[in-house]
Design a protein. Structure first.
Length: 502
């Protein structure tokens, strides 16, 4: 009534904003209709902007492949330690520096992505990457004299991890913004599978370079420099050509909506076929409201405990396998395949189940946590023979890989559906700050006596994981029940509104 009666004391406050949003919405619709008349997709019978979206997705897949370099530290650590004459403790310190750049500083790429867009953010990421790798290429054990090798490598590793995070953030979320909401799960599946396979691809690339002979460290750094710059340049070109999809002028009206902050029952009774338009015109929740929401607090705890342990486990799994004589290469290949399968298992069905009371993101998180925990529990059981320990190591690697893939694969679409796209990059970066804190804590627990041998030497590490996962699992189940009740209440409210709709 306030919007329709000029004499209302609230009319001057609400009417201008409502009219402005209506005008913007009409302009977007007119733009879609005009451009579609002369596009190639129309002649081929494809949806609007199909080619731009596919090209953008392809370059983002290349970007997340580059992030796999960070996750393959366990494969190359021994060779780098030998090359620079470092102790195992110093090698762990370098990994901590890289992990700090990749996790603790990941809110910076997210903030740049939200505020300045993809192209400026990628240019900054490439500059940081080149700074670290070029310095490391020219680094020797005696240059320069006033700076120790360890201090210089710490800076290089920090730049390396920090720069790779730019590829991770943009490659993960740019497709979720550019594609329609109904395809978010399938698009995320493509990106997430590529990220999981990136671990395998980068590991195999390192083994291939090592098999060629020569200076494997220098060859690997040159490979990283060339591939990353080519990928970054392609991403900048494609993002510039598809900037309309990223800045909102060519997006669907409901592309910025979120599920964690639903409309009131009165709002749900206002429209029928225009429900998407109502969602588009509704004001987006503030960043402060998102940060203090129950959903975001739970996601922080999930990252601190579960994702932090996952990153720690990836770094120490080779050492655990060496206790029972299992080759790391066999674990890496199997891990990559099952990791990809786990990401597919949660991302693709999500498009079809997320409107069901029990088909939301929290249900997938609960199941993924349960599978991951079961894999770690396999390692915690006592085994009497070496053959049994080897079989347990292979089985645990397979189960953990599948649960890890499901857990990491559901995160990007979960953030997209829960919080919309307005602050997506920043929220994702904040979550990884907790990972940077928790990974060193998990590594402190990973210890054994010199006289011990076998899987049982690290039983305290496994049991701490099981205890932490059990607590997060209980909270995830509670969030799934809460989400189920909210969806049922929404369905009941819509059913009550049916007699009022034309």
């Amino acid at each position: 009534q306030a919007a329709t009666h000029p004499t209302s004391p609230h009319s001057n406050r609400s009417a201008p904003s409502t009219c402005a949003m209506a005008r913007d919405l009409k302009q977007n619709v007119d733009l879609w209709q005009t451009s579609s008349q002369y596009s190639l997709h129309r002649m081929l019978g494809l949806p609007l902007y199909t080619f731009r979206r596919v090209l953008l997705l392809a370059t983002c897949i290349m970007g997340v492949f580059q992030y796999g370099m960070v996750l393959t530290n366990g494969v190359s650590a021994d060779d780098f330690n030998t090359y620079y004459e470092l102790t195992t403790k110093q090698g762990e310190t370098l990994y901590t520096c890289m992990n700090f750049g990749a996790c603790a500083l990941s809110f910076i790429p997210g903030l740049c992505y939200d505020r300045f867009g993809c192209v400026p953010t990628m240019i900054l990421g490439l500059a940081i990457f080149n700074c670290g790798v070029v310095l490391q290429l020219g680094w020797t054990r005696a240059f320069p004299e006033w700076l120790s090798t360890m201090e210089g490598l710490m800076f290089c590793y920090l730049c390396f991890g920090f720069a790779c995070t730019f590829f991770n953030v943009i490659g993960s979320f740019a497709p979720l913004v550019a594609f329609p909401v109904k395809d978010v799960g399938k698009v995320s599946a493509c990106v997430q599978v590529s990220m999981s396979l990136g671990i395998t691809v980068q590991s195999q690339a390192y083994y291939w370079l090592k098999g060629l002979g020569g200076d494997v460290v220098q060859n690997y750094l040159i490979y990283a420099l060339v591939c990353t710059n080519v990928t970054g340049a392609l991403m900048c070109i494609v993002f510039w050509s598809a900037r309309g999809l990223m800045n909102g002028s060519q997006q669907e009206p409901s592309s910025k909506s979120s599920e964690a902050f639903p409309a009131t029952r009165e709002d749900q009774c206002t429209t029928s076929k225009g429900s998407e338009l109502s969602a588009a015109s509704a004001p987006a929740p503030s960043l402060r409201r998102m940060l203090v929401s129950t959903e975001f607090i739970f996601m922080n705890l999930l990252f601190f405990v579960a994702v932090g342990f996952a990153f720690s486990f990836l770094d120490v799994e080779q050492e655990i396998a060496s206790e029972v004589g299992v080759e790391s290469r066999s674990l890496t290949d199997l891990f990559g395949v099952l990791n990809a399968l786990g990401r597919l298992s949660v991302s693709i069905p999500l498009d079809y189940t997320r409107t069901h009371p029990w088909g939301g993101v929290f249900s997938y998180i609960t199941v993924s946590l349960m599978i991951f925990m079961c894999g770690v529990m396999i390692l915690a059981f006592p085994y009497s023979t070496l053959a049994a320990q080897q079989a347990a190591m292979l089985a645990a690697n397979a189960v953990v890989a599948y649960g890890y893939g499901g857990l990491l694969g559901i995160v990007p679409p979960a953030l997209r559906f829960l919080f919309g796209t307005e602050h997506l990059g920043l929220l994702y970066g904040i979550l990884y700050v907790g990972v940077a804190i928790s990974v060193p804590l998990w590594t402190l627990i990973f210890s054994k006596s010199d006289a011990c041998a076998g899987l049982g030497c690290y039983r305290s590490y496994y049991l701490c994981c099981v205890a932490g996962f059990a607590a997060v699992l209980a909270l995830a189940a509670a969030m799934a029940v809460r989400d189920c009740r909210a969806k049922r209440a929404t369905l009941e409210a819509r059913g009550a509104c049916q007699p009022l709709l034309p």
